[in-house]
Write a protein that binds this ligand. Structure first.
Ligand code: SF4
Length: 452
């Protein structure tokens, strides 16, 4: 710092990004609750703030974590928004230079309150600016409800970098390619029918309507959102719920004709005389044909998410993919006794890749809570006693009040074969085309909708 000042002059502003606390117990092992700290404690972090101020630093930009606790350095949705407040306050009290607070600071109400109270001086926002580059403008004009929320999934921004791909954003397909890929006004106004009001259907309808097409969206249930509804049911997924509301607001703003409780049929679609039909019929949870699959204590993953009151104290979650692990985490957080059963040799190894910080958090959380994880183990049946499983130690019964089945999804039946040759283009998108995740659903929808 002193070298920079000597070379560039005293009026050359220098800020430092500083992790105030490491949240790490050791090599490749984070600390979920900050206990058992092996590296930098908050007290040391605050002491470093004072040393840096004395050395001439002009501002401190504070966050937490290190590579061994990567989920604090690049936090997934499992970490509470605003968790940094207390730590940044400690830094602010220790020094007189401005404190900028980063890390999970995307909640506008919390941010405004902190600034008003003088908890710190400014907020650093990274990922939410990818999800919505107009975030500051929307706050400035008093329309924070119009901000497309970052869901802290790390799917587009971080995972793609780890995969050697250009960084992107799950909820904003334009990130990194906005110049060549931005929506353009349609050359001719077409009539577009979208079947399915899940996230893929809503993204397709929004983009088509933005481009000037006349859009009708048909949804057979009484709610928009599809898997956003069940996926957003976890306590730690408030941003997914906000995303669903944001999409619904967009459909209204762009004048999409949304028809709820309508089952799409070839006759109904023909009657709307479309130029293009986009099928986004989604996917359903797989229920393996084992004895006891209809037992009252067996619940599919969607039912377990939507009907928490049906989940008992002792729970066996069958399937250690992301869906099963997130259900398990939510239940463990709520005090249930959970056992995870996974057929593969390790959890989080099936389905779309899971970003490293998210996977590290889940593994550390299960270790922290002492959640049993039985790998290379398969469910055989569900009985009055619980889940009968077969693993390396033979057959055993895991006592359970509820057995949650989370072994994957399969595409819902498609209308496509019955629509070909009807005089309009037909596209299949999202899970109906190929089961993926929120990123693939949204990107798929945009890819089709921006070219119609
Ligand atoms: S990919 Fe996910 S975490 Fe990253 S900016 Fe987009 S919504 Fe946020």
């Amino acid at each position: 710092v002193q070298g920079i000042k000597e070379s560039c002059g005293d009026d050359f502003a220098v800020s430092v990004r500083l992790g105030l606390k490491a949240y790490a117990k050791g090599f490749n092992q984070g600390s979920i609750d900050g206990e058992g700290e092996a590296y930098r404690t908050l007290e040391e972090g605050v002491q470093i703030c004072r040393i840096l101020e004395e050395a001439g630093v002009d501002a401190l930009d504070v966050d937490t974590g290190t590579y061994d606790s990567f989920y604090y350095a690049c936090p997934p949705m499992y970490l509470k928004r605003g968790y940094m407040e207390e730590l940044a306050r400690a830094a602010k009290e220790a020094v007189s230079i401005p404190i900028i607070c980063g890390s999970r600071m995307g909640d506008v109400d919390t941010d405004e309150r902190c600034i008003e109270e003088g908890a710190f001086d400014a907020i650093a926002i990274g990922r939410p600016m990818l999800a919505d580059p107009d975030l500051p403008k929307k706050i400035a004009i008093g329309r924070p409800d119009k901000i497309r929320p970052c869901i802290a999934c790390n799917q587009g921004c971080l995972l793609r970098l780890f995969q050697g791909l250009p960084s992107g954003c799950a909820v904003n397909p334009l990130v990194g390619r906005d110049k060549d890929y931005a929506p353009t006004p349609a050359l001719a106004r077409k009539s577009v029918v979208v079947v399915g009001g899940g996230v893929a259907g809503m993204e397709a309808a929004r983009t088509c309507a933005m481009r000037g097409h006349r859009v009708t969206l048909l949804e057979k249930s009484d709610d928009l959102g599809g898997h956003l509804i069940s996926g957003g049911a976890h306590d730690f997924k408030s941003e997914v719920r906000e995303l669903n509301l944001w999409y619904q607001g967009e459909l209204e703003d762009w004048g999409v004709d949304v028809r709820m409780g309508v089952e799409a049929t070839p006759e109904l679609i023909d009657g709307l005389a479309p130029d293009a039909v986009i099928l986004a019929n989604g996917s359903s949870a797989v229920m393996p044909p084992i004895p006891g699959i209809d037992h009252p204590k067996t619940l599919g993953c969607i039912d377990a998410l939507l009907h928490e009151e049906r989940v008992g104290q002792r729970v066996v979650v069958v399937g250690g993919g992301l869906v099963g692990c997130e259900i398990s985490l939510d239940l463990v957080n709520k005090g249930h006794d959970v056992t995870i059963v996974e057929a593969l040799p390790s959890i989080l190894s099936s389905g779309p890749a899971v970003p490293l910080p998210n996977a590290m958090y889940l593994r550390d959380a299960f270790a922290h809570h002492g959640t049993p994880i039985l790998t290379s183990t398969r469910i055989s049946s569900v009985t009055d006693a619980g889940a009968v499983v077969q693993g390396p130690d033979g057959v055993r019964t895991l006592p359970a009040d509820t057995v949650v089945i989370a072994v994957g999804f399969r595409p819902n039946p498609s209308l496509a074969p019955s629509l070909h040759g009807h005089g309009y283009e037909v596209f299949e998108i999202g899970d109906e085309r190929r089961v993926g995740n929120i990123l693939t659903a949204i990107w798929d929808a945009y890819e089709v909708a921006h070219t119609i």
